[in-house]
Design a protein around this ligand. Structure first.
Ligand SMILES: NC(=O)c1ccc[n+]([C@@H]2O[C@H](COP(=O)([O-])OP(=O)(O)OC[C@H]3O[C@@H](n4cnc5c(N)ncnc54)[C@H](OP(=O)(O)O)[C@@H]3O)[C@@H](O)[C@H]2O)c1
Length: 331
């Protein structure tokens, strides 16, 4: 019997250590218990993954939730599920395809007309490492959906957000931004050989840069904007990478995944935290790694790059800017 004591205690220590490490790697639950009764929240890409869990959690906290998705069947199903689980009936589905500037303009026009307020905008939707696709308007798909689409959406909703202040914009980026570089000579991958990873990283770096620039432009308006990395989560994001479909990779990487990868519910906590936490009132232009504020990659802190990217993005999406203030012109 005694010969089992040592191996069992080693095994116990290893399992305990792995569980502790998993908790450490995952980050915890949102530390704020704040509720948001009557606050209107938009979550893009809310039919699945982190976006759906973010919408669910904010519905539990009493918000009026708008799920903004490209597939209305999935969107209605998610809204119904959230209403059923939370008994919050102010959860609605609206059509938004971030790969179409026309769809973004239609969505923003409807929201502006029909919603009295928008207090929280969560730019969550994304596509990762897809083939070399382009959006309806000819942008490289990852830059178009993850960054340019949200850039236009946010700018079109700014008047409403300002009128609803204090209000918050949350941009879901990724740790992948650290490997990104903004190539102003070929933002849309028209000249270089397409690199699916580099294109994703560029799009997520652009998200952090625009967060910083927008925060500078919003000073004194009562609207804050922050970016975050949610952690690595088990979602549909890897649908174009082949990882999900390979039995070999599932088998070999399974234990590593268990350790490093968290549930969408846990990965939604940073978005929820930035959306509701009272202690973050007035905090703007920051990057959060899960629940902790952290310095982003050096290129993400470069003000010149941020300003140049803002001007180029405004030109690409056809946003008319006032030259004096660099703000969108009123319609
Ligand atoms: N999962 C991770 O480990 C991880 C790590 C770092 C950062 N993130 C970030 O977290 C966010 C959420 O990702 P996730 O993991 O929850 O991924 P997901 O499960 O793939 O969900 C992505 C969502 O974006 C939507 N979407 C894609 N293209 C769209 C378009 N053209 N218009 C509107 N919506 C569109 C998807 O809609 P459909 O279902 O219709 O495709 C889906 O609802 C993303 O910004 C991602 O980059 C995730």
């Amino acid at each position: 019997m005694s010969r089992y004591v040592l191996p069992l205690s080693v095994l116990g220590t290893a399992v305990g250590g792995a569980v502790l490490l998993k908790d450490f790697v995952s980050g915890g639950a949102c530390p704020s218990k704040a509720t948001i009764p009557g606050k209107t929240v938009i979550v893009t890409g809310a039919n699945t993954g982190i976006g759906k869990q973010t919408a669910l959690e904010l519905a539990k906290r009493g918000g009026n939730i708008i799920l903004a998705c490209r597939d209305m069947e999935k969107c209605e199903a998610a809204a119904k599920e959230i209403r059923g689980e939370t008994l919050n009936h102010r959860v609605n589905a609206r059509h938004l395809d971030l790969a179409s500037l026309k769809s973004i303009r239609e969505f923003a026009a409807k929201v502006t007309e029909e919603e009295e307020h928008v207090h929280i905008l969560i730019n969550n939707a994304a596509v990762m490492r897809c083939p070399h696709w382009t959006t309806e308007d000819g942008f490289e798909m990852q830059l178009g959906v993850n960054y340019l689409g949200h850039f236009l959406l946010t700018n079109l909703l700014l008047d409403k957000l300002k009128a609803s202040a204090p209000s918050r914009i949350i941009n879901v980026s990724s740790l992948a931004h650290v490997a990104g570089h903004i190539d102003f000579g070929d933002l849309n991958w028209e000249q270089r050989k397409y690199d699916t990873k580099a294109a994703y990283c560029q799009s997520k770096l652009a998200v952090v840069l625009s967060t910083k620039e927008l925060s500078r432009r919003l000073q004194g308006t009562g609207v804050t904007v922050n970016a975050l990395h949610p952690g690595v989560a088990r979602t549909e994001l890897g649908r174009h990478t082949g990882m999900h479909s390979s039995a070999f990779s599932s088998f070999t990487l399974g234990p590593i995944f268990w350790l490093l990868v968290k549930s969408p519910q846990l990965a939604a906590q940073p978005s929820v935290y930035l959306a509701v936490a009272e202690e973050l009132e007035g905090v703007s232009g920051k990057y959060f790694d899960v629940l902790k504020e952290k310095a982003p990659a050096p290129e993400a802190e470069d003000e010149e790059v941020a300003k140049r990217l803002w001007a180029e993005s405004a030109r690409l999406v056809g946003l008319e800017m006032s030259h004096e203030r660099g703000q969108p012109l009123p319609k």
